[in-house]
Design a protein around this ligand. Structure first.
Ligand code: IPM
Ligand code: SF4
Length: 425
């Protein structure tokens, strides 16, 4: 009985668990990536008696943050992490962003508990898993023991209803959530998403808003599994999983959002809750747009952007970087012609991974430059020089902006794309 978080912990422990309780649970999977593995390995080495990870099939190392390595320092760390992985017989996954690859590989199932050395591990809650980011030391402990402790969090319920207006996407709804809850309004709480709009959202769209639960301080973002979850997981896992749902949940707070009232939104620097309608900031000139990341680098995101860019050239004063979130998405986008559309339009298309999201390579910003991206964070200095600015929007807003060179409401361009398609048919 309780919130989805309580249901998951009760299922894991085989007894009723309530919020506020401190529990020790067995984790289903543990993950770290190229940037966080070195410290996790250090902690692991200090802790283990037998020198082995708890289970090599349930421990995962993903290379995504600086891949291919951009510096000798990164290459050296990666060499050492690879050697640890070989020693432990852990497969190094090198085919996209950890938060896309972990679900694609079938490691994320409803009712599972997953910890990762990355703050956006909360993304997996879109499939009904309790997943959270932890520091590298805690991940080292989980690698060693297969267990971790939690204080079962209280829950903020975000209830989504209403039809999405033309040109408004899951990303815009997500930005509205952060505007309403604030960047720390969900600290140490689970965020549980309910409502008929959540049911209508695809798994990819659910990934987008669960990914940004941490942007409100959330410990986890959670959606109860349904037939879309089952469909998405088909062929990815043979594991049996429970279809858990909240039962008479006691939410700490309920936030109601009627999406039909929204317009395309944008988060202005330097905080993710600094959200305004795109129309209010349309005059701002942009130097680089970036379409990708664990928030919006999936096939539907690329499809929207491609529909706006098809047959067109990006503005001569703008650079466009496109990075599909995983190899699976990259290959599908190639088959569907999206990548060709981007390249013809003048964009550079990169290897699946985080790309310039944390300013390490592949499109860092110079002093005073401005980027509009589909990322989840617009913190000062994140993409390069500390005087550069980052705006966050939907893939449609990013594509429309690529065409004009300044922040642009995507609705006009989307209408054009729809007209052109109709004329062709
Ligand atoms: C590098 C890593 C620790 C970091 C995180 O934990 O989120 C990164 O992925 C990010 O998005 O800022
Ligand atoms: S894409 Fe960006 S936000 Fe996501 S894991 Fe990579 S660096 Fe972090």
């Amino acid at each position: 009985m309780g919130t989805l978080a309580e249901e998951i912990f009760s299922y894991k422990l085989g007894r009723p668990v309530t919020q506020g309780e401190t529990v020790v649970v067995e984790v289903d999977h543990v993950m770290s990536h190229d940037t966080t593995s070195p410290l996790a390995i250090q902690a692991f080495r200090k802790l283990t008696e037998n020198g082995r990870v708890f289970n090599a099939q349930r421990a995962h190392i993903v290379f995504d943050h600086i891949i291919p390595a951009a510096t000798v320092a990164a290459a050296t760390l990666q060499r050492d992490v690879r050697s640890f992985a070989r020693e432990q017989q852990i497969e190094v996954l090198q085919e996209g962003i950890c938060h896309q690859v972990m679900p694609e590989k079938g490691f994320v199932t409803p009712g599972s508990v997953i910890v990762g050395a990355d703050s956006h591990t909360c993304t997996y809650g879109a499939l009904g898993a309790f997943a959270t980011g932890m520091g590298s030391t805690d991940i080292g402990v989980a690698y060693a023991t297969g267990r971790t402790w939690f204080r079962v969090p209280s829950t903020i319920n975000i209830h989504l209803t209403g039809e999405l207006p033309f040109g408004v996407y899951a990303k815009d709804v997500t930005l509205e959530m952060v505007r309403r809850v604030g960047v720390d309004g969900a600290n140490y709480r689970a965020v549980e998403y309910t409502g008929d709009l959540v049911r209508r959202f695809s798994i990819s769209e659910r990934f987008t808003f669960c990914n940004m639960a941490i942007e409100m301080g959330g410990k986890a973002g959670l959606v109860a599994p349904d037939e879309k979850t089952v469909e998405w997981l088909r062929g990815r896992t043979d594991k049996e999983y429970p279809m858990l749902a909240p039962h008479n949940p006691q939410y700490e707070r309920v936030v109601e959002i009627d999406a039909s009232t929204l317009s395309p939104l944008i988060a202005c620097p330097p905080d993710v809750n600094n959200v305004v309608p795109v129309q209010e900031v349309e005059h701002i000139k942009i130097d680089q747009v970036f379409l990708g990341t664990c928030t919006n680098g999936r096939l539907d995101d690329l499809a929207i952007a491609a529909s706006i860019l098809r047959g067109k050239r990006i503005h001569p004063d703008i650079r466009m970087v496109v990075i599909p979130a995983s190899r699976e998405i990259y290959l599908e986008a190639m088959r569907l012609g999206y990548l060709e559309t981007f390249v013809q339009a003048g964009a550079s298309v990169g290897t699946p991974g985080c790309g310039p999201c944390i300013g390490r390579h592949y499109g860092v910003l110079g002093p005073g430059e401005r980027a509009l991206t589909t990322m989840n964070r617009n913190f000062t200095g994140r993409m390069g020089d500390p005087t550069a600015e980052i705006y966050l929007g939907s893939p449609a807003t990013v594509a429309a902006t690529a065409l004009t060179g300044h922040i642009t409401d995507p609705r006009e361009f989307l209408a054009g794309a729809v007209r052109e398609r109709n004329e062709q048919e």
